[in-house]
Design a binder for this molecule. Structure first.
Ligand code: CP
Ligand code: NVA
Length: 300
């Protein structure tokens, strides 16, 4: 494993090995065991979109590991003024030990890895959000003990989260059903791969997706960069909400997950969100542990 560009690049064993290390790092942190696995290492963190969790968990994480994180806003970098990613990659590779990038096009992340000579971590693109899904899988295992045979229901837009969760779920032998309106399905390539490799379904019926679900996942209807489509999407997604009524179709011990930020009253009701706040904020915390594991694997 040289980079973390998308989950489909990782084997099932790679994923489990990251999750095991993440569990270990969480245990060490909770028990005051301090080990500077990345003493003196420098991580550049390029942000072309807003972030709370990704920014803070990476910066806190590299610090806890004994390294240093540089927050690089695209507003301040020459990349924001048109300097090609190929050149940025080669320059940053001379100064740093790793790069985390949050941007729009997946190709930009792939190019950074292709032209640079240091590990690249995808901190979210329009296509994928692998760091989030590693934290999600870690949280699911904490609550459910294992993955095999669990039913995950994703309600909402076939976006970056829906894509990466499909890959993660299928690799770990969970079943995955996404309920979304016509025209808002996940990536075609991922859907074809998932259908060929596991129990994967796309439906327009929220009820069908929620029936017997062990894990419910939802995310915003309009992702970052889709602000112009906000009104149109609010119409298209009417009915694609996780609420007190439809959640009854799921198992009694269902987990509800959300990558955050959440829009209460849109994809999830306030009541369901607060009733499941424990798992949602454990999930947010696990970003820190999962990403520390990724950094140790890639930068050490
Ligand atoms: N879930 C997530 O990636 O949050 P941020 O956008 O705050 O980083
Ligand atoms: N789908 C959301 C996820 C945010 C963490 C977005 O891309 O804005």
């Amino acid at each position: 494993m040289k980079h973390l560009l998308k989950l489909s690049d990782l084997s099932r064993e790679d994923i489990l090995s990251i999750l095991n290390l993440a569990d270990q790092l969480k245990f060490e942190r909770n028990n005051g065991i301090i080990k500077k696995y990345l003493e003196g290492k420098k991580l550049g963190m390029i942000f072309q979109k807003a972030s709370t969790r990704t920014r803070v968990s990476f910066e806190a994480g590299i610090f806890e590991l004994g390294g240093y994180g540089l927050f690089l806003s695209s507003n301040d970098l020459q990349i924001g003024r048109g300097e090609p990613v190929q050149d940025t990659a080669r320059v940053l590779s001379r100064y740093l030990d790793g790069i985390m990038i949050r941007t729009f096009a997946q190709k930009e992340v792939e190019d950074l890895a292709k032209y640079g000579s240091i590990p690249v971590i995808n901190g979210l693109t329009d296509y994928a959000h692998p760091c989030q899904v590693l934290a999600d899988l870690m949280t699911i295992r904490e609550y459910k003990g294992s993955f095999k045979g669990l039913k995950m229901a994703f309600i909402g837009d076939g976006n970056n989260m829906a894509n990466s969760l499909a890959v993660g779920a299928i690799k770990l032998e969970m079943s995955y059903t996404i309920a979304c309106p016509k025209g808002y399905e996940p990536d075609k390539g991922i859907s074809e791969w998932a259908a060929a490799n596991g129990d994967f379904k796309i439906t327009e019926s929220v009820e069908e997706a929620l029936e017997g679900a062990d894990v419910i996942y939802t995310d915003v209807w309009a992702s970052m960069g889709m602000e112009k489509e906000k009104n149109e999407r609010e119409h298209a997604f009417v009915g694609y909400q996780v609420n007190e009524k439809n959640i009854k179709a799921a198992k009694d011990d269902v987990m509800v997950m959300h990558c955050l930020p959440a829009h209460r009253g849109e994809e999830i009701t306030e009541g369901v969100f607060e009733a499941h706040a424990k798992e949602i904020f454990d999930e947010a915390e696990n970003r820190l542990h999962a990403q520390k594991a990724v950094m140790v694997k890639l930068l050490k």
